[in-house]
Design a protein around this ligand. Structure first.
Ligand SMILES: [Zn+2]
Length: 233
């Protein structure tokens, strides 16, 4: 998960709030406020380099929504605070691939590892199968966050696996310095401020491969195996 460095709130949004003291999300979402809401959503997407705040998939205007990190049903006072808002993808089209803001819904726990938590970039690893897992096996907060956000859907794992495979291929063809340069470059925003989708996968796998020198490692943690339950008859 990539840590989000916040921009300042758009002036149009702050101005709307000044003119509508005590307003709630429902009022803000009325159709005649669409230009202000569009401004807000665009600012959130830009500050994230147009990748989803949770899964890091590329965000489009049509397939994303404004996410409340602390849900508005539980934290009504934070509903219109810019510091509580982020841009999330809408997840996959099937229930099996539901993830991110829509999957999380109104869930919140003090254990939630959010993209506004500075430690979030060091709490997760990516397996060769494209799964996300806690970097520390005892980190139950990271494990619960993965589960609640649905970060290991088949679609997301397949996309991360593609990133992983490309990096393995590059590692086998480029000289070590060129490979390292490629990783460093890939982690920076491009000329339009866009981050690479699955930034954390590039960062984690790229670092692992760089640290391991010329070897193409098979020592990335293996995919987790689910324990078979004993039948009770
Ligand atoms: Zn997402």
């Amino acid at each position: 998960m990539k840590y989000i460095r916040k921009f300042s709130s758009p002036e149009s949004f702050e101005d709307w709030k000044r003119r509508h003291p005590g307003a709630d999300w429902h009022e803000f979402s009325l159709p005649h406020n669409a230009p202000v809401k569009d401004d807000l959503a665009d600012s959130l997407r830009r500050e994230q380099g147009r990748i989803c705040c949770y899964c890091e998939k590329r965000l489009s205007r049509r397939r994303s929504h404004i996410e409340h990190i602390k849900p508005r049903s539980v934290f009504p006072d934070s509903t219109l605070k810019y510091s509580n808002l982020a841009a999330s993808c809408n997840g996959g089209p099937t229930r099996q691939n539901a993830c991110c803001g829509h999957k999380k819904g109104a869930w919140y726990s003090p254990r939630f590892v959010s993209p506004y938590d500075r430690s979030c970039e060091h709490r997760f690893l990516v397996t060769a199968a494209g799964e996300i897992a806690p970097r520390n096996p005892k980190d139950i907060s990271a494990a619960e966050t993965i589960r609640r956000l649905g970060l290991n859907t088949p679609d997301l794992c397949a996309m991360r696996r593609t990133v992983y495979d490309v990096l393995i291929e590059l590692k086998s063809t480029l000289p070590p310095e060129r490979f390292q340069e490629h990783i460093e470059q890939s982690l920076l925003p491009d000329g339009n401020g866009l981050f690479e989708p699955f930034w954390s996968t590039i960062e984690y796998v790229g670092t692992m491969l760089t640290l391991d020198g010329l070897e193409i490692p098979d020592e990335l943690p293996a995919p987790r195996k689910t324990k078979k339950r004993k039948r009770r008859w």
